[in-house]
Design a protein around this ligand. Structure first.
Ligand SMILES: Cc1ncc(C[n+]2csc(CCOP(=O)(O)OP(=O)(O)O)c2C)c(N)n1
Length: 984
């Protein structure tokens, strides 16, 4: 297929001597599709419903096919051949020949109409600047379809196609051009679903005949354009050169978005979650969401959008979110614009997650009450991979939101880059075809067409529940921001723009010409608006934000984390009875479910551990946490790659019947009908969008435990933008809390560079201002408490956990039910757990975190060492200085080692080093500073060779437990490019 695409129906097929048989073949096809040659069959099939309408019309016109065409009528099912030798080859005589000619014309006309439906957008008048040369398309030439110019005035039977019974070829072409080649170019031929296609065809071809807007409608459009243009102009005057990423050139966005809300409200929409970038954001804030002008002007004066009492770093004004109710015709629609970072498009999955959470909260199972509205730039839409990831969610059970409405402000430039350098496809929206979304390309200088597309898009979404895209082709009047000189790079484009009058001016003139307004009335409208802003501008300096909006709605009853909260023991223990009830439910599968024998054995031993209250492993403790939360009424949502089974086969949340593949979830059958839902979802193979989605979910629903699990912790760096820009900084920048849990399998077991490290160092480096919690836990019970603590506190903070791999089946990594029972709680630090020498005799304390504890334990036992204590830091951040200090203070005569299995430039050493020193400072202990025992700095996180891994692991345990401190190699003392253990 070339760039323009060509039909798979060869037009020459319709010409020459075969043409006269088409009518007969067609009738034969309708009787029995198998009776005609396959190429003809697919040709007719391609014409779809239209062909049926046409046949009805033709037969109504007393057209009777000759007997010879009714293949199968006499029991003859042999396919007719279009080769001139079939039975149909006998040319009909007299009237019947004329009628056949009519049928042939009709079918040719249909082909032409279909070509317009498929290709009309390629010659549509989409670009206000008319930058590209519009070529005509060969498929849109009537000569391609067997007509000559002499046929232009011949009447052709259409049978209702294009809403016409009969028309001349000229009229048909005019109607097609009007419908498909005006200021709207619709792409829908990539849609497979016949219902969706038919709906679009019917709407377009019917609406061609009706005026789209009443006088009131037109007036409203002009008002919105006036506000959109007036606002940017006003800012341009008052804050000349200040960055605002103006909408100038794309003003039709505002009436279009308003139409989405208005029409949506009529169709049952109650909430819209909006995500958008910089372009036009301020305009959307004030003109769509009705943020007070004085509030915005106050921000332009450098003031905070929040009351002084609220802390946090804040963010630039074109990143901020807000929420508002808008009412049209008695329908109230709640709008919330999601705060976002500069990183283009990365907010998209966050918006979708919020939408999904709101749908669940509202019981919106049809997904018609809450919708995501994403507003994009053309370069970002074509360039950012997350767009494809988000489209991928569209129809997946665990992530669908019933269709997102996408609005692309296509100003035909991205910063300084023009489309030919920024994409390969014809349109910036081509990626949307992957979900068969209809795509409306529309000229931004025809606001009625833009608003019409908005209405249609909204209706389509409500009807079919799938994504839909509006690509508004416009221009950017100034540089990327208002301080930029666009003529450095696009001198010709900007010469054109300089001479181009604004959308509002064009539309006002249109309405004056139509007699809707006088020019004076239109001018007065603008003057009134400017005057109103001037008044708000005057009052902006005294504007005081009265409250922050972060603990409202679903967040009511929750609080900001208090100063002392960190050291409080939260009530996370559960009665033994409940633990047993949940535990036994985990092992119970209804009769008749054919359980895999290996899982049967697992369930049996799980049951034993529940009954005896001993040897509770990691996965069981996790399920106990989820199950007890569900029984207490807290839903749980866990998503990640293969997390239903668990990457390491440890979870088995879903029992699959081995005969039927039916699914059974024990966690939803503890107290069926009387417990909250446990939702576990195998995610698409993406990190960025899935983590974004779950983060978004957690923003909208603080009362569900939301977890994302990486397949291996290493892969979480594919989600780095969500981690950096949202999870760890969202509260500080935007006052948005989240209780999201990230589960990151981590641990050095010889599995090579990419299956060892969850990159703990990155999370620790990002830790500050109590922004989140980073844990590396060593017992199932502590995991149980950590998970429950997330929901049993009155504040929310993200929780990042390095989760185990080998420990999932480690004999010593087990807990008792008593460790989770009522009086138990989360442990930030575990002191020495075994019987060793009295504290005063302990000569060394090894402090560590995570799995290496068990390696150290084993070596200590093998070597019969009893004067070295091992202390575990379970929660690295917030750093438990006091608790750790208390633990270390027991060992007055000890030196202190920090032992880790990660290379020294990774893991927690650089984070821990000073903090440990400060913890030692002020307690009565011999050690002044910790000594490092672990792998030397390395470029790659781990060796790929098992032999080396084992050697390294033994070595670091030996250093930690046995080697005199002055002989343990310390990192960063000498620079070793080779990185040999001894060289450091
Ligand atoms: C992920 C990311 N990369 C780069 C940038 C820098 N940047 C900001 S705006 C912009 C151009 C965006 O073009 P487009 O999407 O067409 O929107 P427009 O500014 O034209 O409205 C770029 C490259 C960014 N913000 N985010």
């Amino acid at each position: 297929m070339d760039r323009k695409g060509t039909s798979n129906v060869d037009a020459s097929f319709l010409t020459g001597s075969n043409a006269v048989f088409i009518g007969e073949l067609y009738a034969a096809y309708l009787k029995n599709p198998a009776s005609v040659d396959a190429s003809w069959a697919s040709f007719f099939q391609d014409m779809g419903d239209d062909a049926q309408d046409l046949l009805n019309e033709l037969s109504g016109a007393s057209w009777a096919p000759s007997d010879a065409t009714i293949i199968g009528a006499a029991g003859d099912a042999a396919p007719a051949k279009a080769d001139g030798k079939s039975k149909a080859a006998a040319a009909p005589a007299g009237d019947s020949a004329a009628i056949l000619k009519q049928a042939e014309d009709s079918i040719h006309a249909l082909q032409l109409i279909r070509a317009y439906r498929a290709r009309g957008h390629q010659v549509a008048v989409l670009d206000p600047l008319a930058l590209g040369k519009k070529e005509s398309h060969p498929e849109l030439d009537h000569k391609t379809h067997g007509f000559t110019d002499a046929d232009l005035d011949r009447e052709i039977v259409l049978g209702g196609v294009l809403n016409m019974q009969k028309a001349t070829l000229r009229q048909i072409i005019d109607a097609c051009r009007q419908t498909y080649c005006g200021t709207i170019g619709v792409e829908f031929h990539h849609i497979q679903h016949p219902k969706h296609r038919d709906w679009l065809v019917k709407r377009f071809e019917k609406d061609r005949l009706e005026p789209a807007f009443s006088k009131e409608g037109k007036k409203a459009i002009l008002e919105r354009l006036t506000e959109a243009e007036g606002f940017e102009k006003f800012l341009g005057i008052k804050y000349t050169g200040t960055k605002r990423f103006g909408l100038d050139g794309g003003e039709a966005t505002i009436p279009a978005l308003e139409q989405v809300i208005k029409r949506g409200g009529q169709l049952g929409l109650k909430q819209v979650v909006i995500g958008m970038a910089h372009r036009g954001r301020l305009n959307v804030l004030v003109n769509l969401m009705h943020k007070p002008f004085s509030a915005l002007f106050s921000e332009f004066q450098g003031n905070s959008p929040n009351p002084e009492s609220v802390e946090g770093s804040g963010d630039v004004k074109y990143h901020l979110g807000t929420s508002a109710d808008r009412e049209f015709d008695g329908n109230v629609v709640h709008l919330s614009l999601t705060a976002n970072p500069s990183h283009l498009e990365v907010v998209d999955p966050v918006v979708l997650g919020k939408v999904r959470a709101k749908q669940e909260q509202m019981g919106d199972t049809g997904r018609k009450q809450v919708m995501g509205l994403l507003i994009h730039g053309d370069a970002a839409f074509a360039g950012q991979g997350i767009i494809a990831e988000c489209f991928g969610f569209s129809q997946i059970e665990g992530y669908t939101t019933g269709g997102t409405l996408h609005f692309v402000i296509n100003n035909q430039i991205g910063f300084t880059t023009t489309p030919r350098y920024s994409r390969s496809g014809l349109y910036c929206t081509d990626i949307a075809k992957m979900v068969e979304a209809p795509i409306f390309h529309v000229n931004g200088d025809d606001p009625e067409a833009v608003v019409y597309c908005a209405r249609l898009a909204m209706e389509f979404r409500q009807e079919f529940g799938i994504d839909v895209v509006i690509d508004m082709v416009c221009y950017r009047r100034f540089g990327h921001n208002e301080g930029d000189e666009p003529k450095f790079t696009q001198p010709l484009m900007y010469k054109k723009i300089e001479g181009h009058i604004s959308t509002r001016t064009i539309y006002a003139k249109q309405l004056v010409d139509e007699g809707v307004f006088t020019q004076a009335e239109a001018d007065a409208m603008m003057a009134r608006f400017m005057h109103m802003m001037e008044a708000d501008f005057e009052s902006a300096s005294s504007f005081k934000p009265n409250k922050a909006d972060w603990l409202e709605g679903a967040w009511k009853g929750l609080a900001q984390m208090g100063e002392e909260e960190e050291y409080r023991d939260d009530k996370t223990g559960v009665s033994t009875d409940l633990l047993k009830e949940v535990g036994l439910a985990l092992c119970t599968v209804p009769d008749g479910v054919a359980v895999n024998p290996k899982i049967s054995r697992q369930l049996k031993s799980k049951k034993e551990s529940i009954e005896t209250g001993k040897d509770i492993d990691w996965a069981t403790a996790e399920a106990l946490a989820y199950g007890t939360l569900c029984v207490e009424g807290t839903p749980v949502r866990l998503s990640g790659q293969d997390c239903g089974r668990g990457t390491f086969s440890q979870r088995q949340s879903v029992i699959i019947d081995q005969n039927t593949e039916n699914r059974f979830q024990p966690l939803n059958n503890i107290r069926p009908g009387k417990q909250a839902h446990y939702e576990v979802i195998d995610s698409p193979l993406s990190e960025l969008s899935v983590l974004g989605f779950e983060y978004g979910y957690s923003l909208a629903d603080p009362n569900t435990l939301v977890l994302w699990e990486a397949q291996f912790g290493d892969f979480s760096n594919g989600a780095q933008m969500i981690i950096d820009q949202f999870v760890n900084s969202g509260e500080s920048k935007w006052l948005r809390l989240s209780g999201l849990v990230m589960l990151l399998p981590h641990g050095y077991e010889g599995q090579g560079p990419e299956h060892s490290s969850a990159r703990m160092e990155r999370y620790l480096q990002l830790s500050a201002q109590d922004n989140w919690q980073v844990c590396n836990l060593t017992t199932p019970a502590n995991y149980f408490h950590a998970l429950r603590r997330q929901m049993r506190r009155n504040f929310r903070k993200p929780l990042v956990i390095m989760t185990p791999k080998s420990l999932l089946r480690h004999k010593r990594c087990v807990s008792t039910l008593a460790d989770m029972a009522e009086q138990s709680s989360f442990q930030r630090v575990y002191g020495e757990a075994e019987k060793i020498a009295a504290p005063a005799k302990v000569r060394r304390v090894v402090v560590c975190t995570g799995k290496v504890y068990y390696d150290l334990l084993q070596v200590r036992e093998e070597k019969g060492i009893d004067d070295v204590a091992i202390v575990r830091v379970e929660q690295l951040y917030p750093w438990p200085k006091e608790t750790l200090g208390r633990e270390l203070a027991k060992y007055k005569n000890a030196e202190v080692i920090w032992c880790q299995e990660e290379p020294a430039n990774m893991g927690s050493w650089t984070f821990i080093d000073r903090r440990l020193e400060y913890a030692l400072d002020g307690i009565d202990i011999k050690a002044k500073r910790p000594v490092y025992a672990g792998r030397p700095p390395a470029a790659s996180p781990a060796t790929g060779l098992m032999k080396n891994h084992v050697r390294e692991q033994n070595q670091l345990c030996e250093w930690a437990l046995l080697t005199p401190v002055d002989q343990i190699p310390q990192p960063f003392r000498r620079i070793s490019r080779v990185g040999k253990m001894a060289a450091e």
